[in-house]
Design a protein around this ligand. Sequence first.
Ligand code: PLP
Length: 395
Amino acid sequence: MATPHDLDATDPLNGFRDRFVIDDDLVAYLDGNSLGRLPKATQERLAAFVREEWGGRLIRGWTESWVDLPVTVGDELGAALLGAAAGQTVIADSTSVNLYKLLHAAAGVRPGRDEIVIDATNFPTDRYLVESVARARGMTVRWVTPDLVDNVTVEVLRPALGERTAVVLLSHVDYRSGTLLDLASLTAEVHAAGGVVIWDLCHSAGVVEIELDALEVDFAVGCTYKYVNAGPGAPAFAYVAERHLAAAEQPIAGWWSAADLFAMSDTYESSPTIRRLLSGTPPVAGILAVQQGVRLIAEAGVEQIRAKSEALTAYAIELLDEAGLEIVTPREPALRGSHVTVRHPDARRLAEEMVERGVVPDFREPDLIRLGLSPLTTSFAEAAAGIAVLVGLAE
Ligand SMILES: Cc1ncc(COP(=O)(O)O)c(C=O)c1O
C-alpha cells in the first residue's frame, strides 16, 4: 500500500489545504461532512464586508449590491456545482425551510395527484417535513423502506409510484451509510410515473458531479456548511427548473418573493423569476461566505474533487478493512459519496474517545461512526492518522 505521504505528494489538490484556516490542535478533522473548515478567503472577505460595506455603506449597501446576492450567488453555485443554467437557483434560508417551500411548490405543479413518496432512511428533517406538508395539503405519505446500504434503487422505488404520485423526495447521498443514489435513473423513473422529484443534495453538493439541467431534475435543495465550507448556519440553496418556475408557488410569500420588492403593494404578486423562492431579508454575510466557498470549488473543479474523494474513501476503506472493522458504506466508488461509516456496538464510546485524542468524527445513533473526508481539506496523512486512532481504540 502506498504511504499516505506518497499519496499526498501526488495529489493535485494538495495545495488547497493551505487555503483554509487550520490552526487547531487536532490530529484529524473527519467531520467536514457536518461542518466544513473555514477558507482563508472567507475570513478576509467577511472582515472586509463588516468594515467597508456594513460599517461604511450601511443601508446604501442594499441597493448598491446586496439585494441581488441571493440570485447572483445562486447562479454561481448553480453553474459550478449543480450543472444549472442561470435563473434557477437561489441562496436562502435553511435546507429545512427550502424543503418546506419546495414540497408545497412541487405538490402544486401536480394537481389531482395526492401522494408524496419518501424513503424511511431519509434525513429526519426531510421525513418530518413530508409528513407535515402532506397533512397540511390533505395528501398521503407513501413510504419506501430500503436497506440502509443499498438504499433507494429504481427497483425499490418503482412499486411505490403510480397515478397518485405527485412528488418524490430523495437524498442524493444517504447521511448515514454514505450511499450515492443514481440521480439519473431515479429521476427518469419518477417522471415515467408522471410525478416530480425533489433532490436533497446536502451531502453531495460540492463533492459529487451533479447535472440538474441535463438530467431534467425538477427541484433541489442543499446546504452550504458541509462541502461548500460556508460556515455554521450558512444559508442553503434551492433550485427550481425553469419549466416549473411559472407554476411553482411557495407558501412563505413575503416581500422578497414579490414581483416588486420596493413597491410595497397592497396585493401580493409573485416575482416571475427565481426570486419567488425568497421570503424575507437575506443573510448577506452568510451569502458572501457561500460565494467564497463556491469559488474555491470552481477553482479546484468538481471533477478533480470527486476523483480525490473516491481515492480518499477507497484509502479509508482499505485501512478499516485491514483492521477488521465493519463498514456500512458501499465498496463500489460510484455508489458512495465522501464519507465512510463504521458500525460498532461501542460506537458512542469510541467516538467520544476519538475526540479526547484529537480526532473528530461524528456519531450517529445507534451504532455508527461517520468519517467525513473533504477533498479540499483532508489529506491522506490526516485520514490515516485519524483512522489509526479509531483502530487502536476499537482493538
Ligand atoms: C441530508 C440532509 N438534509 C437536510 C438537513 C437539514 O439541514 P438544515 O438543518 O440546514 O435545515 C441536513 C443537515 O445536516 C442533511 O444532512
